[in-house]
Design a protein around this ligand. Structure first.
Ligand code: UD1
Length: 436
C-alpha cells in the first residue's frame, strides 16, 4: 500500500500571511449534530481534511444526503436517515464517530455504534459518555454491555437528567448535549467542558431550534424539543489548534507571519506563553501577527495542559518544540492525557534534549534541530515534527504523514505560501519506509 511522507528542506524563515481553516473538532461534532435535524441545512467553512471526509461518509451510510457545494461548503439533508446503526470499519477510523451515539439516541431512541478510533495517547475510555446516556434512561450503557466492540443503546423514552461529570470531558459533554436536545424534559450537565467547539456545536443546534443555555460555562442546561427545523446556513469557527501550530512554526523558524481568520481569545493560552518567552504576538480583530525583534533572546517557560481556558493538550507537542529552541530549561506537564509524550524519541532524533518523568517533560534548550527521518506518531505529534523540521537546516522526512492530514487542511500549499520547502513523497510499503 502507498504511504507517504513529508519531505522538508528546513532552515528557512516563514514569512507572509496565512488563513486558518474551519475547526476540525467543531465540524465533527456539528456533522453528528446535523443527524438530529429534521430539515436541510448548509454548513460553511468546513475544513478539507480526511477526518471530515470519513465523518461525511459515515453520515451518508446512515442515509443522510450530503452534497459538496464547493470544497468548504456542504449541503446536508438528514431527513432520509433510515438507520440507527453505524458498526462498520469507518467508525473506528476516527474518534469523533462516538458523537453518533448521542445523535442517533436523540433521533431514534436507539443507537448501535462501534467503539471509536483516533489518536492513541493511552487509555481513552468512554465511561462518562455511557454514564450520561444511562442517567437519561438508556439501557445498554454499562461498560459490561458492550458486545464485540459494539455499543447497543436504547431508551424508551429518553429523559432529561442531571448529569455530573467528575472529569471534564469534551466528548462526553458534546454527546450528552446531543442526546438531550430531543429528550423529554430538561438536562443539566454539571462540570461541563468549555472548549470553543462545545460552544460552536451548541450554537449550531440552537440555530436549528434547540434550547441550550450555558455552553461555554461549566453548567449547561438543555430543554428537549421534538423537532429541529434546519433550513439554516451555519459557518464553522476557525481551528484553534491549526492556528496555534502555525504560530509555533512561524516562531521556531524566526519568521514573521500574519495568521488570519482566527479568534485571538481562543489563542490566549498559547499567545501568553509565547509573549512570556520573548516573541511578539500582536492580536488583531481576527488575526495574530507573530515575529521576533532582532537580537532578542527567547527564554524557556513552564506549561501545564488543562481543559479550556487552560493550555490545550492538542498544542502540547508543538509547544515542546518551541521550548527546545529556548534558553534554559522548560517544563511541560501533561495533565489531560496519560501518555502523550510518545513522539519525544522522534524529536530526540532531531537533537532535542528532553527527559520525561511520567507526565512531565523537562526540556533543555538547544541551539538548533538537526534534520532526520522521523515518524508522525499521531496527528499533533506529526505537526510538531513538521515544525521542528522547518527549523532544522537540511532535509528531514516525516513519515506516516496521513496522520497529519487528518487535521491540517492543505498543509503543503499553506506552508509553501510562507516560503517553506515541503513536498509530499510516496513510498510503497514499510520496506521502503525512509525511516527503516
Ligand atoms: C477531545 C479532542 C482531542 C483533545 C481532547 C482534550 C475531539 C474529536 N478530540 O477528545 O483532540 O485532545 O478533547 O482536549 O474533539 N475521559 C474519561 N472518561 C470518558 C471520557 C474521557 O476518563 O468517558 C478522560 C480521558 O481519558 C482524558 C480526559 O478525560 O484523560 C479528557 O478527555 P476528553 O475531553 O473526553 O477527550 P476527547 O473528547 O476524547
Amino acid at each position: 500500500m502507498k504511504n507517504y511522507a513529508y519531505k522538508i528542506n528546513g532552515g528557512k524563515k516563514l514569512v507572509g500571511e496565512i488563513e486558518i481553516s474551519g475547526s476540525k473538532n467543531a465540524v465533527l461534532g456539528i456533522l453528528a449534530a446535523a443527524m438530529l435535524v429534521d430539515g436541510p441545512l448548509t454548513l460553511e467553512n468546513v475544513p478539507d481534511i480526511s477526518d471530515v471526509r470519513v465523518m461525511v461518509e459515515l453520515c451518508r451510510s446512515l442515509g443522510a444526503e450530503i452534497e459538496m457545494v464547493d470544497v468548504h461548503t456542504l449541503r446536508i439533508d438528514p431527513r432520509s436517515i433510515c438507520t440507527y446503526k453505524a458498526a462498520g470499519p469507518l467508525v473506528s477510523q476516527i474518534r469523533a464517530s462516538y458523537y453518533l451515539m448521542g445523535a442517533l439516541l436523540g433521533r431514534f431512541g436507539k443507537a448501535s455504534i462501534r467503539l471509536p478510533g483516533g489518536c492513541n495517547f493511552g487509555d481513552r475510555p468512554i465511561d462518562l459518555h455511557l454514564k450520561a446516556f444511562q442517567l437519561m434512561g438508556a439501557k445498554g450503557a454499562r461498560p459490561s454491555d458492550i458486545d464485540a466492540g459494539i455499543v447497543n443503546l436504547s431508551a424508551n423514552p429518553l429523559r432529561g437528567a442531571k448529569i455530573y461529570f467528575d472529569i471534564v470531558s469534551v466528548g462526553a459533554t458534546i454527546n450528552a448535549m446531543l442526546a438531550a436536545c430531543k429528550a423529554e424534559g430538561t438536562t443539566e450537565i454539571i462540570n461541563a467542558a468549555k472548549e470553543p467547539h462545545i460552544v460552536d456545536v451548541a450554537n449550531f443546534l440552537n440555530a436549528m431550534g434547540a434550547r441550550i443555555k450555558g455552553a461555554g460555562t461549566d453548567t449547561i442546561k438543555i430543554t428537549g424539543v421534538p423537532f429541529l427545523k434546519g433550513d439554516f446556513v451555519y459557518s464553522v469557527i476557525p481551528d484553534q489548534i491549526e492556528a496555534g501550530t502555525y504560530m509555533v512554526a512561524a516562531a521556531v523558524t524566526g519568521g514573521d507571519v500574519m495568521i488570519t481568520n482566527l479568534i485571538p481569545t481562543h489563542m490566549e493560552p498559547l499567545s501568553a506563553k509565547m509573549r512570556e518567552m520573548g516573541y511578539i504576538v500582536e492580536d488583531g480583530d481576527d488575526s495574530i501577527h507573530i515575529y521576533r525583534e532582532p537580537g532578542t533572546d527567547i527564554y524557556a517557560t513552564n506549561v501545564k495542559t488543562a481543559p479550556y481556558p487552560g493550555f490545550p493538550t492538542d498544542l502540547q507537542p508543538q509547544t515542546v518544540v518551541l521550548l527546545c529552541l529556548a534558553e534554559g530549561m522548560g517544563r511541560m506537564h501533561e495533565n489531560v492525557w496519560q501518555n502523550r509524550f510518545q513522539y519525544i524519541p522522534e524529536l530526540q532524533k532531531m537533537g532535542a534534549n528532553i527527559n520525561v518523568f511520567e507526565r512531565h517533560a523537562l526540556v533543555n534548550g538547544i541551539t538548533r534541530f538537526k534534520p532526520a527521518t522521523v515518524l508522525a506518531t499521531d496527528l499533533r505529534a506529526g505537526a510538531a515534527l513538521v515544525c521542528a523540521a522547518l527549523a532544522a537546516e537540511g532535509t528531514s522526512y516525516i513519515t506516516h504523514a496521513a496522520r497529519i492530514d487528518r487535521g491540517y487542511e492543505h498543509i503543503v500549499s499553506k506552508l509553501r505560501s510562507l516560503g517553506a520547502e515541503i513536498e509530499r513523497v510516496e513510498y510503497d510499503s514499510i520496506m521502503d519506509d525512509p525511516e527503516a
